[in-house]
Write a protein that binds this ligand. Sequence first.
Ligand code: GLC
Length: 553
Amino acid sequence: MSTLGQKVIYQVYPKSFYDSNHDGVGDLRGIIEKIDYLKRLNVDLIWFNPFFVSPQNDNGYDVADYRRIDPRFGTMADFEELVAKLKEAGIGVMLDMVFNHCSTKHEWFQKALAGDPYYQDFFYLRDPKPDGSLPTNWQSKFGGPAWAKFGQTGKYYLHLYDPTQADLDWHNPNVRREVAAVVNFWRQKGVRGFRFDVLNVIGKATQLVDSPDPAHEKPLYTDTPVVHQYIQELNRATFGQDAAIVTVGEMSSTSIENSIEYTKPGNDELSMVFSFHHLKVDYDHGEKWSKTPFDFKRLKGLFNEWQTKLDQGGGWQAVFWNNHDQPWALNRFGDPVRYREKSAEMLATTTHLLRGTPYIYMGEELGMIDPDYHSMNDYVDVEAKNAYRELLAQGKSPKAAFAIVHAKARDNSRTPMHWDDSKYAGFSTVKPWLMPTDQKAINVKAELAHGEIFAYYQQLIALRKREALISDGHFSPCLEADPQVFAYERWLDQKGEKLLVLNNFYGRTTTVTLPAGWQGKAVETMISNYGEQLDCLGEKLLLRPYESIALKG
Ligand code: GLC
């Protein structure tokens, strides 16, 4: 069995992977049909976004029944077959557990609404302030206030996300018991991994108070000490009983210190965390709904700081560029027009050779890019629709507002997987729920026949599995002042062999002066996206547009 550091995880967004029953929405049987494709990458686990019963107001992150498969995705028998067939292929299933909130259609919320006090204690129900205003001034992460009317009771319930996603009160031991029972239910079905949605916001203060200003709102409910306690409790009651289970907490605006605590083996919390600071380097003054080129210095600084400190503190992180909440990294940090293949490979090299567990979002291995939509009607996501309205309200022209949504919408990465160049990209025979646009140039069939990105991912994955420097090595930054190259070393023992990784983040050639210890050294080229084979280094090294190279010596 592979160690944690050797594993690579692939993410499937079921709604957009493959539609086997011709209704325009991907499904579990569709995934079963594509197992041969999934096998080719040699990944260890597949993280599936939620396919539980849900009104789909937030694409399945509004769960109405944690133990049932939504009929639009299939049946429990389909799920069991999927687990069994993936197991035969040597791939484990990682499920997405959304426990910060549940859908207002969940029976817990419905019973609470009907007046059952036992279930009312599952939620944050509060009276308005004496002046009739909302219980606190908190904002929903999808826009608007974080409070909505709780039926006709005069009270309000808290929703940090959409109004149809009611926050669960984890201070209530009955909530924690229910959540643990759900995890154990899926463990019994052979699930080998769990991703916990926005896990670090489950520990709101018991006394909810106004935030002095918007910048100080998140600390009121993020990374509070009690989160660690609740994760430890969940660990003991569920996945901690099986050392082979891999867990990852999605941590919103978390800190390095907390990420170490969440993942340090002795703490018995989680295997790793997702953090997102490196994906905010193209936000203008911290504002997602803006358009500005990415800040390379900041990106590199964040990687260096997180990698170094997590290494020193014994923490472990997921390393990734893409997921279902992010526009494609290729559009943000690469050049999808002039250097699509080279920049896709450079980005992959950067994360796959870091210390941590690499995640690949479906389609990344083809170099997929943001869809070429022309109207707000092409978008589905509630967040994008709210943001567009908000941008107009702020006085942006429809054209400027649309340009921002076009660059930032989560739908960018939620478009159907491109299997071939046909009208619906081989995803479905009918009009899909979200349209593909670039399948003529980018699709599985073409990539496997004559592309280079997929094969490069295969190489990166194989390398991690056989090279202990990559799976278990320490991390040290290199060439920290270089304005266009992100370079680092991996090592197991200061005196032993090391790996030097160089990544040119721009479409211009550059020459770097190698770190002193590498000058004149005999090396072995581990991987290069230009097919370079160096065996001896000089004092300097030339890097072509988006060139990546990893050298051992
Ligand atoms: C996470 C999910 C995102 C969802 C949100 C609320 O960030 O990745 O898709 O909208 O949580 O559940």
